[in-house]
Design a protein around this ligand. Sequence first.
Ligand SMILES: Nc1nc2c(ncn2[C@@H]2O[C@H](COP(=O)(O)OP(=O)(O)O)[C@@H](O)[C@H]2O)c(=O)[nH]1
Ligand SMILES: [Mg+2]
Ligand SMILES: [Zn+2]
Length: 355
Amino acid sequence: MKLEELGFNHWFKDKIDPTKLIEYQIARIVTVNKDSYLIRNEKKDVFAEVSGKLKFNADSPLDYPTVGDWVYAKYFDQDSFAVISEIFPRKTILKRKKSGKKIEFQLIAANIGTAFIVQSLDHNYNLRRLERYLSMINESNIRPVVLLSKNDLLSTMDIEEKISEVHTIMSDIQVVAFSNITSSGISKIEELLIPGETFCLLGSSGVGKTSLLNSLLTEARFKTQAIREKDGKGRHTTSNRHLNILINGAMLIDTPGMRELGNIGLESGIDDTFDDILELSRQCRFNNCSHTQEDGCAILAALKEGAISQERYRNYLKINKESVYHEKSYYEKRRKDKRFGKMIKLAKKQMKKNI
Ligand SMILES: Nc1nc2c(ncn2[C@@H]2O[C@H](COP(=O)(O)OP(=O)(O)O)[C@@H](O)[C@H]2O)c(=O)[nH]1
Ligand SMILES: [Mg+2]
Ligand SMILES: [Zn+2]
């Protein structure tokens, strides 16, 4: 398989440092385990670890490879093992705040073109959560598509209504309703899967992401069923992030369900997701309008008229506030860590002097 077929397009080719190719090979991260990776190049998949230097220079999880990353790696023992020395510039990146109290970034995947946000047509369907995902995806240069799963649970009319509700929050977004049980809509999803491009599945646990991946891997038109059943590779449970290559050559990353989608440092993502609100905010009387109490606030006026819904407005404020708060805490923590690092260095120097 050529690197191009794995998604190594002109954008990346232009960034190759030829002097590095003497020592290193270019490969893509296809699986991330705790500290080890599976990387793929033209020839094969091998296990890899990051170099000591990469580790030493890393000061946040963003500096470590994630699934979808392109890397320079040095191969050892007849190419049976590799050490990752450097990460290629990332074209796109999906990141969120680590769940829990810790204010730190977590990487979901890199170099994705399209993200499928999956919500099931039961209690999981939630426009406010959808806005959360959209804010994260729109922050990067990734195209969002909404997949509504389990459409076997609703009538055609109810499904249409859900689809039009999605369009009220983002008018031009593509929405596909489907079922893993009846296979309805699966062919529409297949049409979106372009060879050589990278896609990922996002959504709560239980919405049917892994089932969809399995459907796509075993769907008769992809002709994988027989082979897959033999080697058992068709079945996936998601504990790690893995880049799957579909028979038609598209790549699909399944991610484990995220219980919490903490946003951090979002700007354009929020603007793009709430473009109606952004548009209105330009008409507010004050430049620094907080859109909560000011006279002449165009957003509050629209709210009164019912032009935007209370729920959408509240979610906008909430995501904004949370993102700013997390970002502030993150930079404060980083500053403290740096100061602490300097203190240690100084103390070590002192100790040396005293010996
Ligand atoms: N009714 C219905 N159930 C589904 C569908 N897809 C998946 N499920 C069920 O939903 C549960 C979770 O599916 P899974 O693919 O593991 O979800 P994931 O956590 O998002 O990967 C399983 O019990 C599936 O059988 C669907 O299209 N319709
Ligand atoms: Mg799963
Ligand atoms: Zn305002």
